[in-house]
Design a protein around this ligand. Structure first.
Ligand SMILES: [Zn+2]
Length: 394
């Protein structure tokens, strides 16, 4: 029995390896798979036959192979071999989407996020209904997994959001809410910044970088860490809370109760208030919203320079602390900074000048590829990876 168990496990691991390679690389031949996995050609062929039989892999014609003139058949994941649902809870929106096995969107439903346990529970149910209605061709029994990203501290085992100040959630059992619709489908819940960091690492700006730190800076600050290709979520999922590093003991009171956290310097509501106060004092036109303040800074209005210089300094210190501590290959930034070419450029410049052991050159400060959809794609991708392990495919 024991030997058989080990053989079964080996088969599952090898199948997962092949599926993940096909997912990540797109199209490959049996010979290419054999070369990369270092499995025998016979093993690869046998596993591929099984996957084709189950409709998870398909043959898509021939491509000329080097030299010999013999043509090799290309393989890819059958995109309609199953579907996943991605749900992302963001600062402002709830997005629910159905994706095929290539990670392409089939349907998407987006709505302003509700707050508190009861309202959000209701919203999840209506979002799932809307999304499945829109994806008419997808019957619910073809859903193979559900990936969910949410802000806050998460108990991944239980599928519970222990606490999220942003969404005003306390001990909210997310898995139970979703399982009411899809009782037998695997559900994975991931912190939103971790999910977005993973998406960037897997197929975005940080592809092929084995370690990176991802920052999302908007109304709040989030960070996600990828170490050796894996999410580093820390003790009970609480890594990456970099927004509450104090940078100004005389600063403003933060949502966490401390004074002068970096979040009170770098996030849009605090920046807007500072710009509006300064405008009133100087007798210039008061910016109506954050986007206006940012556009006027980019246009070169001199009175905004000292305000944004202070922000730049705090951003520089926050990112430099993370770089000194983690030494990632790259830093990926999502949020308002990407909408100001001037600010982004100054930040890259400041990082390049910072005295690290190895210079943090401009090509290591990257803008996120997925924008504010990183968490959605990330949670769906994590679910796809889980599905591609044979135990779930059966
Ligand atoms: Zn704080």
């Amino acid at each position: 029995m024991r030997v058989k168990g080990n053989l079964q496990l080996m088969k599952e691991i090898n199948t997962a390896m092949i599926m993940n390679l096909l997912h990540r690389e797109g199209r490959m031949t049996r010979a290419e798979l054999t070369k990369i996995t270092k499995l025998s050609a016979t093993t690869v062929s046998a596993l591929i036959e099984e996957l084709i039989g189950k409709n998870f892999v398909e043959e898509i014609g021939e491509k000329p192979s080097a030299g010999a003139g013999r043509k090799a058949i290309t393989l890819q994941i059958n995109k309609d071999g199953g579907y996943v649902i991605g749900i992302s809870f963001g600062n402002r929106y709830l997005i629910c989407a159905v994706l095929n096995l290539h990670g392409q969107l089939i349907s998407e439903y987006k709505t302003k996020i509700a707050f508190g346990n009861d309202s959000l529970a209701e919203q999840i149910h209506s979002a799932l209904r809307e999304c499945m209605d829109q994806a008419e061709s997808v019957r619910s029994e073809r859903i193979k997994g559900i990936g969910i990203s949410t802000p806050g501290i998460i108990d991944e085992q239980e599928g519970t959001v222990l606490f999220s100040s942003l969404l005003r959630l306390t001990n909210f059992n997310l898995r139970r809410q979703v399982a009411a619709f899809f009782p037998d489908v695997p559900i994975k819940i991931v912190n939103d910044s971790n999910a977005a960091a993973f998406a960037e690492h897997y197929s975005g700006a940080g592809k092929d970088k084995s370690s990176l730190v991802y920052f999302t800076i908007n109304e709040g600050i989030g960070a996600g860490i990828i170490l050796n290709g894996q999410i580093h979520s820390g003790y009970r999922g609480s890594a990456g809370e970099i927004g509450h590093i104090p940078v100004d003991s005389q600063g403003e009171i933060c949502n966490c109760g401390q004074r002068g956290c970096v979040e009170t310097v770098l996030t849009s509501p605090f920046i807007l208030k500072r710009c509006q106060d300064a405008a009133r004092e100087l007798g210039v036109a008061v910016p109506a919203d954050f986007e206006e303040a940012l556009a006027r800074y980019d246009d070169g209005e001199a009175w905004l320079e000292p305000i944004f210089d202070r922000i730049l300094d705090a951003a520089r210190l926050m990112i430099a602390s993370a770089v000194n501590f983690m030494s990632p290959e790259a830093v990926i930034i999502e949020g308002w900074m990407n909408r100001s070419a001037k600010f982004s450029d100054k930040l890259s410049d400041a990082m390049e000048k910072f005295p690290f052991p190895f210079p943090f050159t401009r090509d290591r400060v990257l803008q996120a590829s997925f924008g504010d959809k990183g968490a959605l794609y990330g949670s769906a991708t994590i679910m796809l990876q889980k599905i591609f392990s044979a135990s779930v495919l059966d």
